[in-house]
Design a protein. Structure first.
Length: 512
C-alpha cells in the first residue's frame, strides 16, 4: 500500500508540474471570482494576498523548467497548436512572469491599510476582485502563444484597470480613467487590425507558427506590403499600451489620480508587460533581419526613446504633485527600455530587458513611499512634504535610495541598466548616445534632488504635524524593495545574467 501511495504521489506531482502554465492563469482568475462573492474587505484582502503569494512559486518553477528543458508548450483543451490555443514559456517570458508575480506579491500587503483609507468599505471586495482580474490579464498576455489570445487578455487587464483607476478619491480619477479607456481602446484596435494583416498573410494566429510560415514565404530578408502594414499597426497599438513618447498622454493622469496601491501595481507591472510584447513581436514573430535591416525601426525607436528620456524628464522637474512627477519619470524610464530594443545587440537588449525588472522594483518602492506618506498626511504635493524626513525617516530614506536608483547611481539596480545600454551604444560606435544617457540621468538628479532637499533640509510645515512611520504592512514591502535595489545593484547574476540569456535567446533566433 505504501508503494502504491508513493507512486500516486509522484503521479500527482508530475501532473501538477505539467499544469503549471494553466495554473498561472487559473489561480488568480478563480481568486477574483471568490473575492467578488465575499462581503468582508479584510477577508477579500486575505484571499487576494494568498493567491498573489502563490504565483511567484508557479513562475519560479516554470523558470527552472525552462532552464533545464527549454521552452514549454502547453496546449489548451487538448487541441494541439497551431490549431488550438497554446501557452508557451521560454527564456524571455519566464523572466517577465516571475517579475510581474514577484513584484505583485511583495506589494500586495501595502494594499490592506491603503485601500481601507482611500476606498469606500462597500467596494473593497470588488476592488480586490478587479485587482486579481487585472493580474490575470497581465500574466495571460505574457504566457500565451496565440496572437488573438493576447488581445483577449489585453482587454481583460485593461477593463479591470479602467475601473481600478476610477475608484480614486478625486473626480479627476474618472476623467483619467476615461482618457485611459479611449487611448487603450485605440491601442487595442490598432493591435487587432495588425493581427488581422498577419493572419491574412500567414493563415495562423500561433506566434511560433507565424514565424515559420513567414520564413516559408521568403520574408526573412524582405518586407511585403501586408507584413509592413501588420508591423505598423502592431507597433502603434503596443506603443499606446506601453506609453511610448509621444503616445503617453493617458499615463500621468492615471498614475496621479488612481488609488495608491493601483498606482504601485500598474507602474511596476502593466507597462513592463507591454514592453515585453513589443520585444516579442520585433524579435520573435517578425523576422529580425527584415525589421532592423530593411526598415528604419532602430532609428524610429532610437529617436522616440531619446525624446522620452529628455522630454518627460524635463516635464517631471516642474511637477508639484509627487505622483505626477513620478509618472512622467516612468515615461522617461520607458525610453530606456525601448532604447535597448533600438540598439538590437547583446548588451543593449540586455539593458532593455533588465530595466523591466530594475524599474519595477525602483518605481514600486517610490510609489509605496508616496502612498505611505499620503496615508499619514493626506497630501502628495511636494511643498507639503517639507521637513518630512524628521517625521518619517525610514520611509524617506527608502525614497532617497530608490531615487538614486532612478538616477543610475553605482551600487543600485538602476546603474546596471545604464551600464549595459552604454555598452550597447559603444558597440555601435554611438559615443554620443552614451553622453545623452548621462545627460538624461542628470535631469533625474534635478527632480529627485529637489524632493530630497525639501524633505530633509527644509523647515517642517504644519501639514506634517501628524506624520509618523507607516504601519508594518507598508514598511515591510518598502524594506524588501530597498534591499532588492541594493542587492540587484551589486549581485547581477540573477537579474542582468538572466536578461543576458534572454537577449542571447532572442538574437540567436530562439524566439521562433
Amino acid at each position: 500500500m505504501a508503494s502504491v501511495s508513493g507512486e500516486n504521489a509522484v503521479t500527482v506531482a508530475l501532473t501538477l508540474t505539467e499544469q503549471l502554465p494553466g495554473l498561472q492563469i487559473v489561480v488568480p482568475l478563480m481568486g477574483a471570482i471568490v473575492c467578488a462573492f465575499l462581503r468582508r474587505g479584510n477577508l477579500a484582502w486575505l484571499v487576494a494576498t494568498l493567491v498573489t503569494w502563490s504565483l511567484p512559486v508557479i513562475s519560479f518553477l516554470l523558470l527552472l523548467e525552462v532552464q533545464e528543458s527549454g521552452p514549454i508548450s502547453y496546449k489548451m483543451g487538448g487541441w494541439a497548436p497551431p490549431w488550438g490555443i497554446e501557452y508557451r514559456v521560454d527564456q524571455l517570458n519566464a523572466f517577465v512572469l516571475l517579475l510581474v508575480s514577484s513584484v505583485s506579491a511583495v506589494a500586495v500587503p501595502f494594499a490592506r491599510k491603503s485601500v481601507a483609507v482611500e476606498i469606500d468599505s462597500d467596494k473593497h471586495c470588488w476592488f480586490y476582485a478587479l485587482y486579481l482580474l487585472c493580474l490575470t490579464g497581465l500574466l495571460g498576455m505574457t504566457i500565451t502563444g496565440d496572437a488573438f489570445n493576447i488581445f483577449v487578455f489585453m482587454e481583460v487587464s485593461s477593463l479591470a484597470a479602467y475601473i481600478l483607476i476610477a475608484l480614486g478619491q478625486e473626480r479627476l480619477a474618472l476623467l483619467s480613467s476615461y482618457q485611459y479607456l479611449i487611448m487603450g481602446t485605440i491601442g487595442a484596435t490598432f493591435y487587432v487590425i495588425g493581427i488581422g494583416f498577419l493572419y491574412s498573410l500567414t493563415g495562423t494566429l500561433n506566434l511560433v507558427d507565424m514565424t515559420g510560415r513567414m520564413e516559408m514565404l521568403g520574408l526573412t530578408d524582405a518586407v511585403s506590403p501586408s507584413m509592413l502594414a501588420a508591423l505598423a499597426f502592431i507597433f502603434v497599438g503596443i506603443s499606446l499600451k506601453l506609453a511610448l513618447f509621444p503616445l503617453h498622454a493617458w499615463l500621468p493622469g492615471a498614475y496621479a489620480h488612481a488609488p495608491s496601491f493601483v498606482t504601485v501595481f500598474l507602474a511596476a507591472t502593466a507597462t513592463k508587460v507591454a514592453v515585453y510584447l513589443l520585444i516579442r513581436f520585433l524579435f520573435s514573430v517578425f523576422p529580425t533581419t527584415a525589421v532592423f535591416s530593411e526598415l528604419p525601426m532602430s532609428t524610429i525607436l532610437l529617436v522616440l526613446s531619446v525624446a522620452a528620456m529628455f522630454g518627460a524628464s524635463i516635464v517631471a522637474i516642474f511637477q508639484d504633485n509627487m505622483k505626477r512627477m513620478l509618472a512622467y519619470s516612468s515615461v522617461a524610464q520607458i525610453g530606456y527600455m525601448t532604447l535597448g530594443i533600438a540598439l538590437a545587440n547583446q548588451a543593449g537588449l540586455t539593458g532593455g530587458i533588465v530595466h523591466l525588472f530594475n524599474h519595477a522594483i525602483t518605481k514600486a518602492a517610490l510609489f509605496i513611499a508616496v502612498g505611505a506618506v499620503f496615508y499619514r498626511i493626506h497630501s502628495v504635493r511636494v511643498e507639503d512634504w517639507a521637513g518630512l524626513g524628521r517625521k518619517m525617516p525610514i520611509t524617506m530614506a527608502v525614497f532617497a535610495l530608490a531615487g538614486l536608483s532612478l538616477i543610475g547611481t553605482p551600487g543600485t539596480a538602476g546603474f546596471i541598466t545604464k551600464w549595459n545600454l552604454s555598452l550597447g551604444a559603444l558597440e555601435h560606435g554611438y559615443w554620443w548616445l552614451v553622453i545623452l544617457i548621462m545627460l538624461s540621468s542628470l535631469l533625474a538628479v534635478v527632480y529627485v534632488g529637489r524632493v530630497i532637499e525639501i524633505v530633509w533640509f527644509r523647515k517642517p510645515v504644519a501639514t506634517i504635524d501628524e506624520a509618523r512611520s507607516p504601519p508594518m504592512t507598508m514598511m515591510v514591502p518598502l524594506f524588501v524593495f530597498a534591499v532588492a535595489i541594493i542587492w540587484f545593484g551589486l549581485e547581477t547574476s540573477m537579474s542582468a545574467g538572466y536578461a543576458a540569456d534572454a537577449a542571447r535567446f532572442l538574437l540567436g533566433g530562439g524566439g521562433s
